[in-house]
Design a protein around this ligand. Structure first.
Ligand SMILES: Cc1ncc(COP(=O)(O)O)c(C=O)c1O
Ligand SMILES: N[C@@H](CCOP(=O)(O)O)C(=O)O
Length: 437
């Protein structure tokens, strides 16, 4: 399988090239040339499979012609060492709990997969030294740091917006040391993302350093995120509730939603998607107006979704470019909602008070969008993605719910470490000089 750039101005790349490069040289995002539809009987047999077995089928379909079967199989099995349970919250509403991995957010799936695949490719190619650049609004940083920690020959640079991630998230990627370097940028997540993308376009930097990205711009981070859409379906199918499925996704950089759309293109019968935004509503505005206008992000309770210029918008438009009217096709498939912090707090209080379930602010946005969206009728099943453990946002959750949420051991371990970070301005020359020092 070859990968093309969404900007269509770069040569096709092999999987190995796409993973090692991260971003295409025309600044576009790589997409697979073919997204093969699975036979419906394979999808219906998934109800009798576990997560690893399902992950292997999907991975085989994407990457099977580029990697030996046993290698791919091991990568998938090592990646998916935790469950992703679907919890019936009430009536026809289900929470897909994506926070049971080591860093307690959905990013663990893509980050663990990518770390293993990159290790395999750099060994095969004899690359001795590679630098992974990551922009994070909170969760990608910790998942990638965890995935690459201690791996010889790989240095990870995590760019995060100063004072705009939760305390626990910050501990998770600033306390590890060794090959993990945290760069505290005086700006927003979008500034961090722009610095990373600029680094890939800089000739001098690329002639001196081998650079790649572990954001969802990297195909190996992005595509594995479709595994769990199939697994959610399989869990519902097992209890005869998979017909007429609506999925609500809390959106920031749009990688997670886009992975769901890829799963749908592979034949997964999801009837409708809901894109749930916080006040950073560039995408839900686009769904309403047809105009995509990036804007500076504002800080919200759901900080990991504070994105003003989502990267994967171009993958979404690319997926729908086969239609004569892409915008109409997109809005038929996806509806959008946006909520402010007051609404998020009310939702969290309502769900905790009524169902004794603690939502994190990101999941709360997806839940609210799901129950409000007109696509969710009584005969349908509604799934929202609960993308992070609520304890990652302890201060906010405790304040809103008046509780003292228990912090799992996995998170407490990080909090015992010492923060080490380097402060930088949102200035490319400063960042470049830092990388070259
Ligand atoms: C907890 C959480 N929810 C939702 C999102 C938004 O996901 P995406 O950037 O793939 O749209 C993020 C950030 O990626 C996140 O960390
Ligand atoms: N919300 C993300 C932002 C980066 O998203 P990515 O999926 O493109 O890596 C975060 O938590 O860092």
């Amino acid at each position: 399988m070859k990968y093309y750039s969404t900007n269509k101005q770069a040569p096709l790349a092999s999987l190995q090239q796409a993973v090692i490069k991260g971003l295409a040289e025309d600044k576009g995002l790589y997409m697979p040339e073919n997204i093969t539809a699975l036979d419906s009987h394979i999808i219906s047999s998934m109800k009798n499979m576990n997560l690893q077995q399902i992950g292997n089928i999907i991975a085989q379909s994407f990457f099977g012609d580029s990697i030996e079967a046993d290698v791919l199989n091991n990568i998938v099995n090592e990646t998916l060492q935790f469950d992703i349970p679907l919890i019936n919250l009430h009536d026809n509403i289900y929470s897909l709990e994506l926070f049971h991995g080591p860093t307690l957010a959905f990013k663990d799936v893509g980050a663990r997969f990518m770390a293993r695949l990159l290790k395999y490719f750099i060994k095969k190619k004899g690359i001795k030294d590679i630098n992974v650049l990551v922009a994070t609004s909170g969760d990608t940083g910790s998942a990638v740091a965890n995935g690459f920690f201690g791996v010889k020959g790989i240095n990870v640079y995590i760019l995060y917006p100063k004072k705009k991630v939760s305390d626990i998230q910050e501990y998770q990627f600033t306390t590890l040391g060794e090959n993990i370097f945290a760069l505290e940028i005086n700006g927003t997540f979008d500034d961090c993302q722009t610095l990373v993308k600029s680094a890939f376009m800089d000739k001098e930097l690329n002639s001196k350093k081998c650079l790649t990205s572990a954001n969802s711009i990297n195909i190996a981070r992005f595509l594995p995120q479709s595994f769990y859409y199939f697994y959610a379906y399989a869990q519902l199918d097992k209890i005869n509730k998979a017909k007429k499925l609506v999925v609500s996704v809390p959106c920031g950089n749009l990688g997670n939603l886009c992975a769901g759309l890829v799963a749908h293109k592979m034949g997964l019968p999801i009837e409708h998607f809901i894109a749930a935004n916080n006040k950073n509503n560039v995408f839900s505005n686009y769904l309403k107006t047809g105009v995509f206008i990036p804007k500076p992000s504002v800080s919200t309770y759901a900080n990991a979704m504070d994105v003003g210029n989502p990267s994967n918008f171009e993958r979404i438009t690319d997926l729908f470019s086969i239609y004569s009217s892409p915008y109409q096709a997109i809005t038929k498939q996806i509806s959008g909602h946006s909520y402010n912090d007051t609404r998020v707090a009310k939702t969290m209080q309502h769900v905790y008070g009524t169902y004794n379930y603690i939502l994190d602010p990101h999941g709360a946005i997806a839940y609210q969008a799901l129950i409000e969206d007109e696509s969710l009728k009584i005969d349908k099943s509604g799934v929202f993605l609960e993308t992070a453990h609520p304890a990652k946002f302890k201060n906010i959750v405790d304040d809103i719910l008046g509780i003292d949420i228990n912090v799992p051991d996995a998170l407490q371990t990080f909090m015992r470490g010492k923060k080490q970070s380097i402060e930088l301005e949102k200035d490319f020359t400063e960042f470049k000089n830092y990388l070259l020092h």
